[in-house]
Design a protein around this ligand. Structure first.
Ligand SMILES: [Zn+2]
Length: 494
């Protein structure tokens, strides 16, 4: 059964730049494709923001009653270091540097990616196809693009002919980039390139002598271009036209514009009705990126093992922090922001725990629970506006706290509705881990550690170094590392 709330859902479509009503192509079924990670290193927290955001979207669509087929790929070949088809393949390079098989690289970082997303309590996609597992499909796609006349073969490589495509169709629909501007901005080709024009992109690259990942093809030994896998795999599992295609904002160009061009060359379809893009997570005001050494790994946050952090933060707190911004806004990570999120998350959870303990009666409630519920859903229906949803949850918690001190009245029926709605929104939609008891435990262990630090500080000021050292060493034995500053100590869990 599709929920009544479903008819009011609006999504921001990157293709039109507008919020549009969401109606699936096939009544009760939704097809969603999200570009997954290139598995050659540990996903940083900026990468995870994208996958947490699409997990929220996946969860909400399921909650509304849709059958959702969620496809998220793993890129394990073909992603080169530079966007203009230059540089080494990222997976091959890592394998060469570590002197291991490319598939060992893929296995190692796929496991890390899955472990991290599991800690963040995201639901695995319905299908997680890999590029190397779909070489046959990609070769077929290239044949189709060659047949349509929008690609050419040169010296064992095949390139997409953007100028020719742009004569009858439009390249750059998502990014809004004009082909003339691209022509002016791009570097001219050096004599060694096989491309007709610098904007053309590789569908198939010939394997040079030292290349370690290659397959046979009608054009000789080589490997597929990065943009192609998403076209071939989305078509295979979701068809030529599906509901949602998503990814991080940095994939809009060139990756997604190339995907649209490939798909239009094959069957004339822009493959997705809705294109959705999540914004960046910044660190120190700058984009989180491995290449500029400005990033933080999820495990570093969960363990408190990074110099910018004063302590560890749970995956629930990290999610709460991410939800406090809309997925299309830039969000900046800092220790203070995480501390504030931790406080907020604890307040939210204690409010939720309190509901079942509240007194209730048959008199009318001093809070319109039905209006509040529809407000919560209207925030989610407004392009998944989590910060506004969280504000609504806190509005209700204010009322709950007032009922707790007998300043407001709660009706028995409304109490049941509150419990159901909080359960649905907190755990099914926002996907927090139901570790309320655990969070209580961690609250009390935080308090105990703080108490021990206080006693130790007293010992230090009394020059009782034997006691202060013993507290420090014993805490370390149970995985709590103290960091002494002039008058205080911070700690992290190791
Ligand atoms: Zn992709």
């Amino acid at each position: 059964m599709i929920s009544n709330y479903a008819k009011d859902l609006k999504l921001h479509n990157s293709l039109t730049g507008k919020k549009e009503k969401f109606l699936p192509i096939d009544k009760n079924n939704v097809g969603m494709y999200v570009c997954g990670p290139t598995v050659y290193n540990n996903a940083h927290l900026g990468n995870c923001r994208t996958f947490i955001s699409f997990d929220l979207i996946y969860r909400y669509l399921i909650h509304l009653g849709y059958n959702v087929r969620y496809v998220r790929n793993l890129t394990d070949v073909g992603h080169l270091e530079n966007d203009d088809d230059n540089g080494e393949d990222k997976v091959s390079k890592k394998a060469r540097l570590e002197n291991i098989e490319p598939m060992e690289v893929v296995q190692k970082y796929t496991l890390d990616f899955h472990n991290t997303l599991k800690k963040l309590n995201t639901i695995p996609p319905s299908i997680e196809p890999s590029a190397t597992g779909h070489i046959i499909e990609q070769i077929e796609s290239i044949k189709q693009i060659l047949e349509s006349g929008f690609a050419y073969e040169k010296n064992g490589s095949v390139y997409f002919d953007i100028l020719k495509f742009n004569k009858s169709k439009t390249y750059g629909k998502l990014s809004g980039r004009k082909i003339e501007e691209m022509l002016n901005q791009s570097r001219s080709l050096d004599g060694s390139s096989d491309k007709k024009n610098p904007q053309d992109f590789a569908l198939w690259k010939k394997a040079e002598k030292n290349h370690i990942m290659f397959w046979d093809s009608p054009w000789g030994k080589g490997f597929p271009g990065w943009h192609l896998e998403c076209t071939s795999m989305s078509k295979k599992y979701l068809g030529n036209y599906f509901d949602i295609h998503g990814g991080g904002i940095d994939l809009k160009f060139p990756h997604h514009d190339c995907e649209i061009a490939q798909s239009e060359a094959i069957d004339g379809n822009n493959p997705a009705k809705f294109w959705m893009h999540t914004n960046m997570l910044t660190l120190n005001g700058k984009k989180m990126s491995k290449s500029i050494e400005n990033f933080i790994l999820p495990n570093e946050v969960f363990n408190g093992n990074n110099e910018i952090l004063s302590k560890s933060f749970s995956p629930n707190v990290v999610k709460f922090f991410i939800y406090q911004a809309h997925y299309r806004s830039v969000l900046d990570l800092s220790n203070d922001a995480l501390l504030a999120s931790e406080k907020g998350f604890k307040k939210l959870m204690s409010g939720f725990v309190l509901i079942s303990q509240l007194d209730h009666n048959d008199k009318a409630s001093d809070f319109d629970v039905d209006v509040w519920i529809s407000k919560c859903y209207s925030k989610m229906n407004d392009d998944f506006n989590t910060p506004m949803l969280i504000a609504e949850l806190f509005d209700c918690i204010k009322f709950i706290n007032n009922v707790n001190i007998n300043a407001k009245n709660l009706n028995t029926n409304d109490k049941e509705k509150l419990i159901t709605t909080f359960n649905n929104l907190l755990f099914n939609v926002l996907g927090f881990n139901e570790e309320v008891e655990d969070s209580k435990k961690s609250n009390s262990s935080d308090e105990l550690i703080s108490l021990l630090i206080k006693i130790r500080n007293q010992a230090r000021s009394n020059k009782d170094f034997k006691l202060s050292d013993q507290i420090r060493d014993d805490l370390l034995k149970i995985g709590v590392q103290l960091n002494d500053e002039q008058n205080s100590s911070s700690y992290k869990l190791i």
